[in-house]
Design a protein around this ligand. Structure first.
Ligand SMILES: Cc1cc2nc3c(=O)[nH]c(=O)nc-3n(C[C@H](O)[C@H](O)[C@H](O)COP(=O)(O)O)c2cc1C
Length: 212
């Protein structure tokens, strides 16, 4: 009887531990939050670029980029981009050669969701598959409490623009290349990333160092 209990506990512990272990958490560098190019110079340089070096982003750039995009900039949990009724309905997923990740702004960490390289599914243009980073902006309709279906779609389309522009401005400031993209197979990505029915892929944004 005692043996059975021990075996049962071991099975239960293993069953709980395995899913937790498969979600590796990666601490990002502290975001710098100061410096960068003067705003008007960054606005002057903001542009879409479609040629990327395959060189991986530095830890510093990755951390600062995500914080600029939609990090937390106030103690009450508010963010660098506005969202209607402060729903904060967007998550940023990262597709890279060594796997795909979710950005968690509260702890400023990446949660590894899988080891697969989904780069070739992140968009239909050639540069997408070879660039080091594709951001995927995902809106969760369940967070937009009290909104009609029409409003949820409307605010998914409007609010993503602020996040994307933050990425554009960080890239302009730091000499990185970026382009926001509507050309992507949303259903395929949703299926690959095992998203919930309430989660909707809205846009992708490719980021990297400029190519030749
Ligand atoms: C919602 C949206 C979707 C876009 N989708 C794509 C895309 O799929 N592929 C692409 O190469 N550029 C895409 N772009 C970038 C535009 O083509 C680009 O912003 C436009 O040509 C103006 O160039 P600029 O950003 O350098 O000012 C998109 C831009 C927006 C705002």
């Amino acid at each position: 009887m005692q043996k059975i209990t021990i075996v049962l506990i071991a099975v239960l512990v293993a069953g709980i531990a395995i899913p937790l272990q498969s979600q590796e958490t990666i601490k990002l560098d502290e975001p710098e939050r100061t410096g960068g190019m003067p705003l008007f110079e960054a606005l002057d340089k903001r542009q879409s670029m479609r040629s990327f070096s395959s060189r991986e982003l530095s830890g510093r750039d990755l951390s600062n980029l995500l914080w600029a995009a939609f990090g937390m900039n106030r103690d009450d949990g508010r963010r660098t981009a506005p969202s209607a009724r402060n729903w904060q309905q967007f998550d940023i997923y990262l597709i890279m050669a060594d796997g795909w990740y979710l950005y968690e702004p509260r702890e400023h960490v990446l949660v590894k969701k899988g080891d697969e390289d989904f780069s070739k599914y992140a968009g239909s243009q050639d540069f997408v598959a070879t660039a080091p980073l594709n951001l995927i902006f995902v809106s969760d309709h369940d967070r937009m409490t009290g909104a009609s279906a029409e409003n949820k779609e409307f605010h998914s389309a409007t609010d993503v623009g602020f996040i994307s522009q933050n990425v554009y401005l960080y890239c302009a400031s730091e000499g990185l290349a970026t382009v926001v993209r509507g050309l992507l197979d949303r259903d395929r990505l949703k299926e690959l990333m095992n998203l919930r029915p309430s989660q909707h892929v809205i846009l992708g944004q490719t980021v990297g160092y400029p190519g030749n």
